[in-house]
Structure formats: structure tokens, C-alpha cells
Design a protein around this ligand. Sequence first.
Ligand code: AMP
Length: 396
Amino acid sequence: MNILVINCGSSSLKFQLINSDSEEVLAKGICERIGIEGSRIVYQPQGGEKETIESPMPNHTQAIQLVIDSLMNEKTGVIKSLDEIGAIGHRVVHGGEKFASSTLLTEDVLAAIEECNDLAPLHNPANLIGINACKELMPNTPMVGVFDTAFHQTMPEKAYIYGLPYEYYQKYKVRRYGFHGTSHSYVSKKATEIVGKPYDSLKTIVCHLGNGASISAVMNGKSVDTSMGLTPLEGLIMGTRSGDIDPAIMEFIMKKENLDIDGMMNVLNKKSGVQGMSGLTSDFRDINAGIAAGNERAVMAMDAFCYRVAKYVGAYVAAMNGVDVIAFTAGVGENDGVVRGKVCEYLGYLGITMDAEANKVRGEERVISTPDSKVKVCVIPTNEELAIARETRALV
Ligand code: AMP
């Protein structure tokens, strides 16, 4: 069965058509600048060249129509009719406490997702727009929602509750939810293949280090803690997000810089993190280049980023009373051996010894600790689209 995987943002829409039997990606691409002038679709069939077509996309329905047109294009298309799409899997960012697993998208489910909009005002409405656009154009194709938060719903209360008046949880569901759940789930399952131990008896720490970054503690197949919180702002220092800070800094800076709350949130989400600290960019390739050129703030940003990751790893070793595997994934985790090496320098107390040669790996599954290391450290490329396709197939 072919599954169309959709990851819909407010002005962009990523897609992959995956054959769920062979797990091959038949075609993939992205619609950019939806609703903005200069919109375009980038499309790439399996084994073919990437092509970019400039085309007006006033809304997401038009974007999905262009995805369908590309998939069915006479020359570069990969299917002949819409009947060849057996199901659609949608990434949905926030499922609140309502969704602890993926689910078929019925009218009731869509209403429940809408009720979570408050918790992710930038993401969930965009996800729903994508779902409704697909429903309009392919009304008979079953659709599944796969939630970023679902995998972390197994966290115990002591891990998800904040030290705030309890009524905020009761009234508004203010608690830790965690994100990147599809990735943490996929990578922690893959880790079991590498270690050859069953999922339900393994302690894994997954370091998802991309532009957004989060860590999870996965014990016996269940997420027991994770670094992102009510929103993706908490936890690690990220590309442009601050991660953990003293909450009182907000009031202090707002007064000094004459910022309102929107301005402050914009600083914390878009102008902080590695970019804000270094004054360069959020991209670790630039940070590494800055370090090579002797830029002291690039060195500081790299050091602070890695130190924060190591601190969280230590916290999660405590939370699980041990760890068997530490897995690095996402753009930085898969590609940046410097980051992995620096993080693991802090972890000698766990009996971790790194294989410097193996740690040069980029974007490939590999064990990067030595055979006698007490904890296995590995690189496991994440594949959220494949995970969404698998979940979708399982439900239809
Ligand atoms: P993601 O959010 O998972 O797509 O990760 C994107 C981030 O990965 C970029 O902003 C870079 O910081 C990082 N990245 C990608 N390629 C490399 C590389 N070759 N070396 C270091 N960092 C990289």
C-alpha cells in the first residue's frame, strides 16, 4: 500500500509517498511560501532529479492539488491514479492528553485536535488546514494523525508536573508534554536492534539534536522523561531557542528592552540559542567554521550546547537508575562528530569510551563507542516520515 505522509506548516507542506510494503520512498518534496507571493513546489521522484516549479498557491488545498499533480505527472509522476494512494498519514504537533497514540482521523478526532490548538497555536491549526485540504481533494482516502506528543504520554506524573499551583494543571492542562515523539520512538526502537536486547528491558537516552533539540529517557519501551515541556521552548539550548532559563529573566529583559510579551517570546524562540549566543547563525556547520576561524563566541556557544546535553544525559541516567544505550540523531546528532565527542567527554564516569574513528561517521547508523565501553553510544538516523507511514498502515 502507498502512503502519502504530510507534514503541514503554516506556509509550507512537506510530503513523501512511501510504499509501505517495501518501505521505499517513491517521491518526496516540499511546497514553500503557501499563501505568499513566489510560492513553489520542489518535487523529486525516486532515482530522479529534483525539479522546482513556481506556481501560485493561495492556500493549502491548492498546494495539495499540486502535490497530486506532481505525483501523477505523465513524465515524472510515480502513480497513475489517486486510487494508488491507500492512506494519508499526517504529522500533528500537539495531541495534549487526549492522544497517547496515533489515531484514525474522524470528525470527532478532528474536533478533539482543534481543542488542543491553544497548546500549540502556531502548529496545530496549520496541521488541521493540511488535513482538511486532503479531505477536500481525497474524501474517500483514510487518514491517520500521528502526534509529536503521543510517545511521551507514558511519563509519570512526577516527570510531567510543574512546580506551579496545581489548579493550572486542572484548569488549563499546563504540564510537560514533550515533542519529537515520533523520532524518539523510532530511534529508541532501532537501538534495540543494535544492542540485541528486547525493547521492554532496555534503558535508552535519545539525543535528538537538530535545529530543535530534545532528549528523552526511554525505559522498558516507554518514555519516562523528556526535555521539552508544555511547548518546544524548554530544555536544551537549540538553534534559535533558549531552552531552560530562569523565568525571572523575562521580566528583567522586558523592562530593560521595553519589550511586550510577544516581543520577549520572539526573542526566546527565534533570536536565542546557538544563534543568539554566537552572533553567527543557528547552523552548526557555521559554528564549526567559526571555531576553526578562532571566533570565541562560536566556541562558547558550542561548549554551552554540549554541556547542556551532557547535563540532561546525567539527569536521565539518574531518572532510570542507569543507561544501556545513548543514541544521537537529527541534523546535528547524525552529522556532527565534534558535538558527539564533546558530550561524551563528560560521560567517562559511566564507563563510556569512544571510538574516535567511528565517531567520524555522518548520517549513518553506527556504534561509535569501543567494544568494551560500559554503555553503547550510537548514531541512529531518524526517519519520522517512515515512522508515520508505519503507524498509518497499522491503523488502516
Ligand atoms: P534538523 O532540524 O534535524 O533538520 O537539523 C538541522 C541542523 O542540523 C542544521 O541547522 C545544522 O545545525 C545541523 N547540520 C546539518 N548538517 C550538518 C553537518 N554536516 N555538520 C554539522 N551540523 C549539521
